[in-house]
Design a protein around this ligand. Structure first.
Ligand SMILES: Nc1ncnc2c1ncn2[C@@H]1O[C@H](COP(=O)(O)OP(=O)(O)OP(=O)(O)O)[C@@H](O)[C@H]1O
Length: 212
């Protein structure tokens, strides 16, 4: 385990330890969003979702700084060139999504525990950014949600939004993503919703005791 000396920007409450930055990744339909929502709804645990940044327009009811940070393509480009993103990607060819360093580091510095649901590539970028941000190095906990291919197909079919060609593409992508599982600190083999959530709570307890 790395030597976790407290960096100067950390002002954690000594009684509760450093806040965790829990990053959930895994194939499509593995249940990342379901777990994230349940964790954030569990107010006693004190997790907030990381607010990510997008160049897409807000949908009705979406609030800047709450659902996303909405940026124009030019403003996104400027921040990306200035190295302000921990990770970013093009999505659907024309939109950009990313996570600003400030969206993670500022809440962590206030003692706010965070959870994010990101793709496997995004996790690689977070890992690399640890060298630049001691607080990230101290807080980052990566969790991979594994799912058997048959289970994955069943969930995608139940969702009812994809045709057979799209299902085949998603399963192939999932198989590639599963090869990354060994790089994560923790893994959850997806079972029932309650089993998955219990596994997540056990990981949080273990990670907290590690950071203390
Ligand atoms: N443990 C579970 N058992 C059965 N179904 C589940 C479980 N967890 C989530 N689901 C269902 O599977 C579908 C996919 O879940 P969810 O949207 O949370 O996955 P995701 O990993 O965030 O997917 P994506 O990456 O495609 O957005 C949803 O319909 C959800 O209700």
């Amino acid at each position: 385990m790395p030597n976790l000396t407290a960096p100067s920007e950390v002002t954690p409450n000594a009684a509760s330890g450093s806040p965790l930055f829990l990053v959930l990744a895994g194939p499509t339909a593995s249940g990342k969003s379901t777990l994230c929502e349940r964790l954030v709804a569990d107010a006693a645990l004190g997790f907030a979702r990381v607010v990510t940044t997008t160049t897409r327009a807000p949908r009705p009811g979406e609030v800047d700084g709450v659902h996303y940070h909405f940026l124009s393509p030019a403003a996104f480009e400027e921040k990306q060139r200035a190295g302000e993103f921990l990770e970013w990607a093009w999505v659907h060819g024309d939109r950009r999504y990313g996570t600003l360093a400030s969206s993670v580091i500022e809440p962590l510095a206030r003692g706010q525990a965070l959870v994010a649901n990101v793709d496997v590539q995004g996790v690689a970028s977070f890992r690399e950014a640890r060298a630049q941000y001691p607080l990230l190095a101290q807080s980052l906990v990566t969790v991979f949600i594994e799912i058997a291919p048959e289970q994955l197909q069943a969930r995608i079919r139940a969702r009812g939004t994809d045709d057979e060609a799209e299902i085949a593409r998603r399963v192939a992508t999932a198989e590639r993503e599963m090869a990354e599982a060994a790089k994560f600190e923790y893994r959850i083999k997806s079972g029932s919703r309650d089993q998955d959530y219990a596994a997540l709570l056990a990981i949080i307890a273990q990670a907290k005791s590690r950071l203390r």
